[in-house]
Structures are given as structure tokens and as C-alpha cells.
Design a protein around this ligand. Structure first.
Ligand SMILES: Cc1cc2nc3c(=O)[nH]c(=O)nc-3n(C[C@H](O)[C@H](O)[C@H](O)COP(=O)(O)OP(=O)(O)OC[C@H]3O[C@@H](n4cnc5c(N)ncnc54)[C@H](O)[C@@H]3O)c2cc1C
Ligand code: FES
Ligand code: FES
Length: 1250
């Protein structure tokens, strides 16, 4: 049978694809076939939104054009017949005109690394297409499916709320009494609150948007006919009628129905499942119908969840409240569901039939007794969803040839109450730990139970009902006895074995009770409102807080930064909130990241083959299946390495494992093929046989087995024995700190291009470390470093994860390029990235602290253990930094810290924002809280009492100079109104039994410098061209932290020319050699100073020409110098002076200086579920003389958000430039409400597997 042509539109242009492959996603098609690389790949599973596009189609069921956002990574191209796709490139460009959405996100500093920005732009754009004047809530909801790792969302929302009708920023114009900027008046210091001027923004003109393609509009009444698309392995049939669909299902019972592909797509990509026959029912009227019947609302199974949501909202507005209890339950679940991109395409039927044990909707449907209509050729049956509907893991009652036609969600009746609850690790867009639907129906006008339904997800391999417990309650009254009985029943009935998939067994079991308790109280409250004379209990007012559903607070924030000194020239941009210079290109999708580099004609794709065992001998590698995959070129392994297979910072790693693997994810080899899809299949085909060896996984295992890297590290001062003997009190204990996954939005990526001459190779890499990339590749290939050129344009976030671990990919790719003689590319999938590369080190600390009755600490001993993983990597430096920060900000006269690096069979853990500092400080804050508790004193008083003072020596004997911490502390205490709020919180806690609030103020001091002295060096290269334009190169990588922007500001001030004359193209090993990694919060300091030096050289050379022509221009002086044969190219170099600490003698300075900050946060916790929210955070941070306050504040919010999960508030990454100017305080007071980037966001599809 011949395949049909697929016709769709992209950015107004018609695309006709004659060979549409059902396995091809829109994302792959856009990026590879159409070279539209603005749409990014962040996760490939609908979880990050980097691939967001707008889809528009004429909806025949609603008779109108509809626009909706969708994840291109999940949308099969075959689902797009007669659909118009709009990508970020289609709405605006820096070459013509930016769209207001693109302009506002870039000017409001909402784009740092920019990798998430196109997706965020498209989510906002789609919202505005549907709602040109949205509410703040609608704006926030539009981003539920978009992750950003850099900005903490605050800046993004601040920019976008200028579109809102209920909170648009007035820019401090004075018209709005509630303006966030008015808070400036309360401040005692003269500080600027606004980082951008909304008056500069272009207005949004909805009439200027591109129109829906007229050709598609003309087709709206043309009858549809069945379509067939044939791919390499999969056939896709688009059925146009129900009969066709049922006939196809009868003919191919194993065929999968695909609507949104949000489940099937993931099974294909991540579980390597193959579905040779796919039938798409999206066009069938019966499957899209919505009918309001006498007993409920019926939805065709293909209805997208977004339209279910809309219909139910409308019903709630129009029907009596008692009828819509179940609808509210469904909506409560959809509120915390996936983002808009998923809800717009994922179908209600798909959610049911997927039969996920953690489906949020199925417990609600089951508890409500929803009615399902199931059809096949010639048969139709109706079933109520009950405990029999899911007979097993991911199984339903449907026979293979049957399909789900519709689901009727019932109206609730008088005397019937319904609640739904979901608890996940984070509120938005996360998979549930436990989820449930609960319903009770009372005998008329009484509180006597007629029916009770309690249905749970996350408690078994399917959605279940607590049948025994439910049934026992019939005819009982809604009171404490019933509550106790249900709880006892649930404990017995909802058992989970200790090793149940999904873990957190105790927590999950507790949640089942907590949810019922909430339901019990909520129903009591509702019954109370009806004033029933009955046997039911009354709601105690202190219990009421358990009944309120989790609400997001409207985001609000304000920041203050110091104005540039009076008299600073307008052209001097240092200290001004200049937007990130690439922000506009990032927002328009023009900014080029590694994988956006156009493919070479003869390019190959590489996929790594990694160990599935933690510790084992490799007994056999069989590649015969891989070789059968079309496009297979070769398999590479240790045997192919021409130079050394040994690699790593301490040369204790392998490029490819030989004979033995020491962690899951250990790289054994790689397949090289023509496309990434073939590479994935070929890698699956490589079969490795192992002989397993004992594995060490945890810190405790390592201690038990004496498994360590290197020897013990130690810093001590004073007389510990004496200190403890003099102490009034001694407490000891343990602190366990978990790890944290890296989730830079752009995963590791390398393109290696062999140059064919003398071993030359050019590598484009997403790395923070060009030098190690170059030297490791050279070492592996056995060529001098001068043959290897490493180039980095920008990277989509690094956070330490690309400081060394990027080399494991780039070295393998370089070998493939060497072996094949062709360009080779590899961009890791998110799951591979997380598997192969390590993250933040988990820590265990055993502490003993001695202190006086007044809280003064006199002695401290802490034994630190970190889980370093299978190789040393940066673990020693990380432990050193933890030891340097074990005092946090406190003077402890007698102190000893030790550190051991546990050698385990985990992928080597590595640098991660703060680099051991957060762990050291968090441990300090833990025992400090213990001290306060034991003394019965307010924690802030004890902390203040122990703070260092100006001129004190730290435990590593570094003198604290220009110590502004006390001032930060006092300002934070005052601006946060700490004491007044403390009393309010105490009152709140007294009045509320189930929600509690807490307030804490914490200081930080962070040492600035690499702790390895020689790394504190940097180089710069400056070329001045005859037209006066300046090309700048330095050793730092642009990864979103705005380094290039700041460096251009520095050069602009030094040369006294506008920033528009200066350009940074990339970072490369052939412009600045031997660069230290872009890390340790020193890149602005080091590279800025090197640039400054290079500029001085140029200025000196221009001096005679300036003297000769004092009124001349920059261009005239440059031209005169050229004509006089004076070099207009110079290098600059800088090394931080006076560094060098010795552990032996505990002397010498490890840091050039410290940065100080204080944060005060108020949080609220739901004691029943663990739900928590940050109500307010105030941060006062001294970042010295800020080169760019907008970027520094952005980094500040980012760091705070990223460390939230570790419990630490580390302010260490704020840059300040010593040497550029005398230190001044930049004091910010940021009220950060709402979302702060979740951390360690694992793909949401790592669900329980049974
Ligand atoms: C990022 C993300 C976040 C998510 N968040 C949540 C969440 O918070 N809570 C939650 O519960 N779920 C969540 N999901 C799951 C999501 O709701 C389901 O994947 C979705 O509803 C499935 O619908 P679909 O149309 O995409 O299904 P598809 O992938 O197209 O199909 C799924 C399955 O349903 C079958 N099927 C579809 N229609 C029919 C029919 N009419 N008759 C018979 N079989 C049919 C298909 O054959 C296939 O087996 C999330 C998914 C993603 C990707
Ligand atoms: S790449 Fe599509 S959602 Fe992450
Ligand atoms: S700017 Fe959002 S991920 Fe970097």
C-alpha cells in the first residue's frame, strides 16, 4: 500500500512530507530537516518545556481555529496533518523585529543561559494568542510545564506580568499604590528597585500576529479520508470514522491507539518499545464529543485534558454546588497535573487506558463511579469504573479489539461529598507519591453513611479501592469513632512492603491516613454548614487548617541595588543593570548552542554503551545485533584508543572500561551510526555479559569496608580536649545530606571534526573546561595538545556539572571521529546524562559540639564523609571546601574537622554549585540549631552571639578583613521585620493544629578563590580592528551567568568605548590557552582583571596618537596606530596574589576574600502531608562593587533556588570585582515569593515499576 503525503505548515510555510516516519517527532523534524534549531531538546519526555511550540488547527468539533502549546519532543509528525506549527523563529527575530514576548523576557533579565527561553517564550506567546490580557494566575499556569534552571522564574514572571491585566508592572510610575517599587520608601538606604523600564517595551498588538494558513481554513469542510504513513518500522493509520477505527482494531488487535502520544512516545523513547501498528483516532467525532446528560457529563475518550478542564470549570459556574463535587475533585487533580503543553494534547482516554498505578484521574473516576462506554465492531458495553477495572499492572478490562469510546463523569447528589488529593515531591508537574479520590454519600438529611469510596493511586501496582474499610462504614455516623476505624482499616488494608517500588514506604502509608483525615474534616466542615442535627462531631477551629487546599500565593518581589556613583559617565556601563547581551538572540532562538551547529554532510551519530552493573567483570561484548541496525558504522571501545585509555583529573578513570566496570553508567564503548535514532537502537543491540562483584553504594557501606579515596583531610585549631572540658553542655549527633542531580537544561554535547592533517581535530563542546577537554582528548589520541582545538560558543547551564564530567563524552566522541575520519556528534539524552554523570556529593557528618549556657560555642569536632563515587575527580577539593566552611560564620576557639572521601560504586560525584561549601555550612547550621534548642534560647540570638568580628582569624587562620557580615545581619533582621513576624508566627502556630510556620535567619560567608592556588589565573586576548571594532577573547565560558556581558562592560570601561564596539565570539583553546575551568565564583574576577591588563597594553600603545590628536575619536586613534605599524593586538594575564594554604601547618590564605550574606525565610508546612511553601525570603547580600546588578541579582536568586533542596542557603556565587574599584556594599532586599526552581528534577516518568 502506498503511503500518503503529510501536509502541515511551519511558520506559515507549507511542508509536504512524502516519507513521513511515525517514529519521527516534530522536534527532530524541525531541528534536523527544517534546520529550525530554536526549539530545544531538554528532556525528550514532556517534562521541561524546552521544546514548546504552538500548534494551531481548525477544530471541526468546536467550529473554530484553536491555538495550543505542545511539546515538540512528544508530537509525532504524523499527528500534524493539516496543522500549523509556530516555532520561536516564526514570531520574531533580532534581524527584523522581536515579538513583545521575546523583547520583554530579554529586557527583564529573564534569560540567563537561554536554553529554556524559546520554550518559555512559546508558552507565553500561545497564552497571549488565546488571551491577550491574561491574569497573573493564567500567566503562571502557562509555565507549569516549563523548567528553568537559571532564573528561579522570578525575573521571567516580572517581565511577563507587564502583559497582565491584574498586576502589570507600572514601572514605579506612581499611579499604582500597590506597586512593588513603592517599597523603596521604607528603605533607609538610597537604592534603585527597578532592573528594567517597562515603558520601553513595545505594546502587544494582537492584530499583527501571523494568520492561520488560508489553505488549511479552506479545507475545513472537506470530508476527511483515511491516511496511512509508513516508516522504517512503524505504520500509522489515521482513521476518519469510528467504523474505520473499529475495523482496524479488529484487523490489528495489537495496534496502539495514539492521541497525545504522551505515554506511547515515552515508552518508545525510554523503554525502547516498538509498536509496529499505530492507529490515530483524533479525527473521530464520537471520540471527541462532549455531552451533558442527566447523570453527568460524558467526554469522548480522545478529548484533551485541557478541554475536560474547561468544560468542568464552566459546569461548576453554571450548576448548583452540590452537583459538582466530583468535578471539583477532577479539577483539583488537573491543577497539579502536567503543564499546558501536555494537557492540551493528552487525552482523558489515554490516561485511563495507560492504567498507570499513579494516575491522578483514575482514583477520582473510580471513587466517583464514572461510567465507561467500551466498543468494538458490533459490540457496545457500559461499565462502571470500580476495583475490577484494573486487573493488574497497566492492565484494563478492555479486550484487545475493544476501544474506550467515552467516559461519563457523574454529577454528585445532595448529601454527597467528594475530595481528591495528590502528594508529590514538588507541587507542579510532578508524579504523585500517593494520589486519591474519596466520596461519601449520606442518608438524606443525616450524617449517616450510605456509601463510602476510598480509592488510591501509588499504593499498589494499580489504582485500588480500600474495599473492606469502605464497606464497614455503611450506616455509621461521621464522627471520631468512624475516623479511628477507617484509619485502622487503612493501615491494615493499604500495606506496602518495605522494598515496594517507589520507596518512601512509611511516608506513603502515612499519606493514606492524612488524606482521609483531611477528607473527614472537610466533610465535617461542610456538614456543619448544613446545621444538621445529627450524631456527627463538630469541627474544632484549630483543625480547620487541615481542610484548606494547597494554594499558590501570587508571586511578588522587590529588589534594591546600589546606583552607580554620581558623575559616572553615561557610556560607562559598569555597575548598571545591562541585560545579558545575548538575551534577545536567546529569546528569538537565534543563539547557537552546541547541538544547534548545522550538521556536516558526512556526519555520524554516537551513542554510549554503559554498564548496567555497579561492580562487575566484563566477560563478553557482543555487537552482532547492533551491526544489523541500518546505518551502523562501527563500535568503539578501549581497544581502539591510540593513546592512553587512562583519563580523569587524577588519571584514575578510563575512557572506556576494560575488563571491569565500577558503576552503573560506566562507559564501556560506543556505537557510531548515521542518525541518532539508529544509534539508540544499535546501542540497545550491544549485549554485555558480566560476572558480578560485591558493590559498595552508601557512605555507611564504605566506612564499614574501609573504602576510601586518599587519606584523611584535617583542619584543627585550639585545644579540643580543654574546650570540651570547659563547656557547660555537649551535644553530639549525625547529619545526613543527600545528593542532588545535575539538571542543566542543555545536556552534555560534543561534535568532533577531524581535520585530516597531522592529527588535528576541532571539537565543539558544551563544557566549563576547554583546557581539560583539550588535554584529555590529546592524551587519549596520543597527539600533542596543539592539534586539538576546543571551541565553546555558550552552554545551556553548567552549575559545576560540566567542569570535568563533560570530558567523558567529548573524549569518546573524539575517538569515534578519529576512527571514522568523519565528524561525529553526541548529545546525551536526559536519562543518559543523569545515569553517566555524577551530581552533588551526599555527606554524612558526625559532630560533637561543646557550648556554654549562654549559647557561646567553645569546642567543635566534626567528622565529614562524602560519597565520592568510583573515581576521585574533584572530590578532594570539594571536601577541602566543606572543611573550610565548617565554621560557616562562627568563631569557635577549639575546633577540629576531618574529611574522608568514600570510594563507592556510583558514578563519580562532582562539582555542584557551592562545591562542598553548602554541605559544610548546612552541617554547621544544624548543630547551631541544636545548641540553641539545648540552651532554650532564641536561635537568632545564639547565632548572633557566635558570629565572627572584624579582624578575627578563621579556623584556618585567615584574617577576616572588611567584614560586613554583622551589617548584613542587622539589615536583614530589620528589613525582614524578624521580631514582629516571629510573634505573628507564634500566634499562627497556636491557632492552627495542622499547618505550622517557621522563620529562620541564617548568615553565610563564602571563600572566593579556587582552593588550588595555580588555578587562580586567567588570560585574555584583545584584537582591535582598523574600523575600531574590538574582538575580545578570555578564558571563561558563557553559561548563562552573564560572564561575556560583564567582560564587555569591563573592556568598555577600560578602553572608554561603548559596549557596541566590543564583541566576544566564543571561548577557545587557540585564543586563550591553559584556562582554568569557569567555576569557583572567580571567573569575573580573574578574566575581568586579565582583560583589564590587555586593555591597558592597547591603551599604552594608543597613547602617542591620542596625544597627537587629543580631540580625535577612538577610530581615528586606532587608524593612526595601524598606519604607524603599531600592533593592535594584545594579551592580558592575571593571577590572584597571596594565595596558598598548607594543611600541614594550617597557615597561608586559601581565599582572596569572602563574600557575605544573610537570608531570612518563612515557610509553612502542612503537618499531615509534608506540603510546604516558602512564604517569604529576604536576602541581604554584599557582593562588593557589582559589575552588573541585574545579573548578580539573577545569579543570587538562582543559587538560592538551586540550593533550596539541600536546605542550604548559599550566597557564594555572587561575583564582585576586587581591583576594579574599592569594595562597596550592594544591598539587596528581595522578596521572593512563589516558585523557586525545583532541584534535582528527575524525569517524571521514573515511576513505580512493578
Ligand atoms: C510530562 C507529563 C506529565 C504528566 N503528568 C501527569 C500527572 O500529573 N498525572 C497523571 O495522572 N498523568 C500524568 N501524565 C500522564 C498523561 O496524563 C497520560 O500520558 C495521558 O493522559 C495519556 O494520553 P495520550 O492521549 O497522550 O495517550 P497516548 O500516549 O496517545 O496513548 C496512551 C495509551 O492509551 C491507549 N488509548 C488511547 N486512547 C484510547 C482509546 N480510546 N481506547 C483504548 N485505548 C486508548 C493507547 O493505545 C495507549 O496504550 C503526564 C504525562 C507527561 C508526559
Ligand atoms: S524536551 Fe520536550 S519537554 Fe523537555
Ligand atoms: S535560562 Fe532557563 S535554564 Fe538557563
Amino acid at each position: 500500500m502506498t503511503a500518503d503525503e503529510l501536509v502541515f505548515f511551519v511558520n506559515g510555510k507549507k511542508v509536504v512530507e512524502k516519507n513521513a516516519d511515525p517514529e519521527t517527532t516534530l522536534l527532530a523534524y524541525l531541528r534536523r530537516k527544517l534546520q529550525l534549531s530554536g526549539t530545544k531538546l531538554g528532556c525528550g519526555e514532556g517534562g521541561c518545556g524546552a521544546c514548546t511550540v504552538m500548534l494551531s488547527k481548525y477544530d471541526r468539533f468546536q467550529n473554530k481555529i484553536v491555538h495550543f502549546s505542545a511539546n515538540a519532543c512528544l508530537a509525532p509528525i504524523c499527528s500534524l496533518h493539516h496543522v500549523a506549527v509556530t516555532t520561536v523563529e516564526g514570531i520574531g527575530s533580532t534581524k527584523s523585529r522581536l515579538h513583545p514576548v521575546q523583547e520583554r523576557i530579554s529586557k527583564s533579565h529573564g534569560s540567563q543561559c537561554g536554553f529554556c527561553t524559546p520554550g518559555i517564550v512559546m508558552s507565553m506567546y500561545t497564552l497571549l494568542r488565546n488571551q491577550p490580557e491574561p491574569t497573573i494566575e493564567e500567566i503562571e499556569n502557562a509555565f507549569q510545564g516549563n523548567l528553568c534552571r537559571c532564573t528561579g522564574y522570578r525575573a521571567i514572571l516580572q517581565g511577563f506580568r507587564t502583559f497582565a491585566r491584574d498586576g502589570g508592572c507600572c514601572g514605579g510610575s506612581g499611579d499604582n499604590p500597590n506597586c512593588c517599587m513603592n517599597q523603596k520608601k521604607d528603605s533607609k538606604v538610597t537604592l534603585l528597585p527597578s532592573l528594567f523600564n517597562p515603558e520601553e517595551f513595545m505594546p502587544l498588538d494582537p492584530t499583527q500576529e501571523p494568520i492561520f494558513p488560508p489553505e488549511l481554513l479552506r479545507l475545513k469542510d472537506v470530508p476527511r479520508k483515511q491516511l496511512r504513513f509508513e516508516g522504517e518500522r512503524v505504520t500509522w493509520i489515521q482513521a476518519s470514522t469510528l467504523k474505520e477505527l473499529l475495523d482496524l482494531k479488529a484487523q490489528y488487535p495489537e495496534a496502539k491507539l495514539v492521541v497525545g502520544n504522551t505515554e506511547i512516545g515515552i515508552e518508545m523513547k525510554f523503554k525502547n518499545k516498538l509498536f509496529p501498528m499505530i492507529v490515530c483516532p483524533a479525527w473521530i467525532p464520537e471520540l471527541n464529543a462532549v455531552e451533558h446528560g442527566p447523570e453527568g457529563i460524558s467526554f469522548g475518550a480522545s478529548c484533551p485534558l485541557s478541554s475536560v478542564e474547561k468544560t468542568l470549570h464552566e459546569a461548576i459556574d453554571n450548576l448548583p454546588a452540590y452537583k459538582t463535587e466530583v468535578f471539583k475533585g477532577v479539577l483539583e487533580q488537573l491543577r497539579w497535573f502536567a503543564g499546558m503543553q501536555v494537557k492540551s494534547v493528552a487525552s482523558i482516554g489515554g490516561n485511563i487506558i495507560t492504567a498507570s498505578p499513579i494516575s491522578d484521574l483514575n482514583p477520582v473516576f473510580m471513587a466517583s463511579g464514572a461510567k465507561l462506554t467500551i466498543v468494538s465492531t458490533g459490540t457496545k458495553r457500559m461499565v462502571r469504573m470500580d476495583h475490577t477495572f484494573f486487573p493488574g499492572y497497566r492492565k484494563t478490562l478492555l479486550a484487545p479489539e475493544e476501544i474506550l469510546l467515552s467516559i461519563e463523569i457523574p454529577y454528585s447528589r445532595e448529601g454527597e461529598y467528594f475530595s481528591a488529593f495528590k502528594q508529590a515531591s514538588r507541587r507542579e508537574d510532578d508524579i504523585a507519591k500517593v494520589t486519591c479520590g474519596m466520596r461519601v454519600l449520606f442518608q438524606p438529611e443525616t450524617a449517616q453513611v450510605k456509601e463510602l469510596a476510598l480509592c488510591y493511586g501509588g499504593m499498589a501496582d494499580r489504582t485500588i479501592s480500600a474495599l473492606k474499610t469502605m464497606r464497614k462504614q455503611t450506616a455509621r455516623f461521621w464522627n471520631k469513632e468512624l475516623l479511628q476505624d477507617v484509619c485502622a482499616g487503612l493501615v491494615e488494608e493499604l500495606y506496602l512492603s518495605p522494598d515496594a517500588p517507589g520507596g518512601m514506604v512509611e511516608f506513603r502509608r502515612t499519606l493514606t491516613l492524612s488524606f482521609f483525615f483531611k477528607f473527614y474534616l472537610t466533610v465535617l466542615q461542610k456538614l456543619g454548614k448544613g446545621n444538621l442535627e445529627n450524631n456527627c462531631a463538630k469541627l474544632d477551629p484549630t483543625d480547620a487548617s487541615a481542610t484548606s487546599l494547597f494554594q499558590k500565593d501570587p508571586p511578588a518581589n522587590v529588589q534594591f541595588f546600589q546606583e552607580v556613583p554620581e558623575g559616572q559617565s553615561e557610556e560607562d556601563m559598569v555597575g548598571r543593570p545591562l541585560p545579558h547581551l545575548a538575551a534577545a538572540m536567546q529569546a528569538s532562538g537565534e543563539a547557537v548552542y552546541c547541538d544547534d551547529i548545522p550538521r556536516y554532510e558526512n556526519e555520524l551519530s554516537l551513542r554510549l554503551v554503559t554498564s548496567t552493573k555497579a561492580h562487575a567483570k566484563i566477560t563478553c561484548i557482543d555487537i552482532s545485533e547492533a551491526q544489523k541496525v541500518p546505518g551502523f558504522v562501527c563500535f568503539i571501545s578501549a581497544e581502539d584508543v591510540p593513546g592512553s585509555n587512562k583519563t580523569g583529573i587524577f588519571n584514575d578513570e578510563t575512557v572506556f572500561a576494560k575488563d571491569e566496570v565500577t558503576c552503573v553508567g560506566h562507559i564501556i564503548g560506543a556505537v557510531v551510526t548515521d542518525t541518532p535514532e539508529h544509534a539508540q537502537r544499535a546501542a540497545q543491540g550491544v549485549k554485555i555479559t558480566y560476572e558480578e562483584l560485591p558493590a559498595i553504594i552508601t557512605i555507611e557501606d564504605a566506612i564499614k569496608n574501609n573504602s576510601f579515596h586518599g587519606s584523611e583531610l584535617k583542619i584543627g585549631k585550639g585545644d579540643l580536649m580543654k574546650g570540651f572540658s570547659e563547656a557547660d553542655n555537649i551535644v553530639s549527633g549525625e547529619v545526613h545530606i543527600g545528593g542532588q542531580e545535575h539538571f542543566y537544561l542543555e545536556t552534555h554535547c560534543t561534535i568532533a571534526v577531524p581535520k585530516g592533517e597531522q592529527g588535528e581535530m576541532e571539537l565543539f563542546v558544551s563544557t566549563q573546561n576547554t583546557m581539560k577537554t583539550q588535554s584529555f582528548v590529546a592524551n587519549m589520541l596520543g597527539v600533542p595538545a596543539n592539534r586539538i582545538l576546543v571551541r565553546v560558543k555558550r552552554i545551556g547551564g553548567g552549575f559545576g556539572g560540566k567542569e570535568t564530567r563533560s570530558t567523558v563524552v567529548s573524549t569518546a566522541v573524539a575517538l569515534a571521529a578519529h576512527k571514522t575520519g568523519r565528524p561525529v556528534r553526541c548529545m546525551l539524552d536526559r536519562d543518559e546524562d543523569m545515569l553517566i554523570t555524577g551530581g552533588r556529593h551526599p555527606f554524612l557528618a558526625k559532630y560533637k559540639v561543646g557550648f556554654m549556657k549562654d549559647g557561646k560555642v567553645v569546642a567543635l569536632k566534626v567528622e565529614h564523609y562524602s560519597n565520592a563515587g568510583n573515581t576521585l575527580d574533584l572530590s578532594q577539593s570539594i571536601m577541602e571546601r566543606a572543611l573550610f566552611h565548617m565554621d560557616n560564620c562562627y568563631k569557635i576557639p577549639n575546633i577540629l574537622g576531618t574529611g574522608r572521601l568514600c570510594k563507592t560504586n556510583l558514578p563519580s560525584n562532582t562539582a555542584f554549585r557551592g562545591f562542598g561549601g553548602p554541605q559544610g555550612m548546612l552541617i554547621a547550621e544544624y548543630w547551631m540549631s541544636e545548641v540553641a534548642l539545648t540552651c532554650g534560647l532564641p536561635a537568632e540570638e545564639v547565632r548572633r552571639k557566635n558570629l565572627y568580628k572584624e579582624g578575627d582569624l578563621t579556623h584556618f587562620n585567615q584574617k577576616l578583613e572588611a567584614f560586613t557580615l554583622s551589617r548584613c545581619w542587622d539589615e536583614c533582621l530589620a528589613s525582614s521585620q524578624y521580631h514582629a513576624r516571629r510573634s505573628e508566627i507564634d500566634k499562627f502556630n497556636e491557632e492552627n493544629c495542622w499547618k505550622k510556620r517557621g522563620l529562620c535567619i541564617i548568615p553565610t560567608k563564602f571563600g572566593i578563590s579556587f582552593s588550588i592556588p595555580f588555578l587562580n589565573q586567567a588570560g585574555a586576548l584583545i584584537h582591535v580592528y582598523t574600523d575600531g571594532s574590538v574582538l575580545l577573547a578570555h578564558g571563561g565560558m558563557e553559561m548563562g551567568q552573564g560572564l561575556h556581558t560583564k567582560m564587555i562592560q569591563v573592556a568598555s570601561r577600560a578602553l572608554k568605548i561603548p559596549i557596541s564596539k566590543i564583541y566576544i565570539s566564543e571561548t577557545s583553546t587557540n585564543t586563550v590557552p591553559n584556562t582554568s575551568p569557569t567555576a569557583a565564583s572567580v571567573s569575573s574576577d580573574l578574566n575581568g582583571q586579565a582583560i583589564y591588563e590587555a586593555c591597558q597594553t592597547i591603551l599604552k600603545r594608543l597613547e602617542p596618537f591620542k596625544k597627537k590628536n587629543p580631540t580625535g575619536t577612538w577610530e581615528e586613534w586606532v587608524s593612526a596606530a595601524y598606519l604607524d605599524a603599531v600592533s593592535l593586538s594584545a594579551t592580558g594575564f592575571y593571577k590572584t596574589p597571596n594565595l596558598g594554604y598548607s594543611f600541614e601547618t594550617n597557615s597561608g590564605n586559601p581565599f582572596h576574600y569572602f563574600s557575605y550574606g544573610v537570608a531570612c525565610s518563612e515557610v509553612e508546612i502542612d503537618c499531615l502531608t509534608g506540603d510546604h511553601k516558602n512564604l517569604r525570603t529576604d536576602i541581604v547580600m554584599d557582593v562588593g562593587s557589582s559589575l552588573n546588578p541585574a545579573i548578580d541579582i539573577g545569579q543570587e536568586v538562582n543559587v538560592s533556588g538551586m540550593l533550596e533542596n539541600t536546605g542550604a542557603k548559599d550566597m557564594g556565587s555572587i561575583k564582585r570585582t576586587k581591583g576594579m574599584a574599592r569594595r562597596k556594599s550592594l544591598l539587596e532586599n528581595m522578596r521572593v515569593l512563589g516558585r523557586i526552581g525545583g532541584t534535582g528534577d528527575r524525569g517524571r516518568h521514573r515511576e513505580l515499576e512493578y
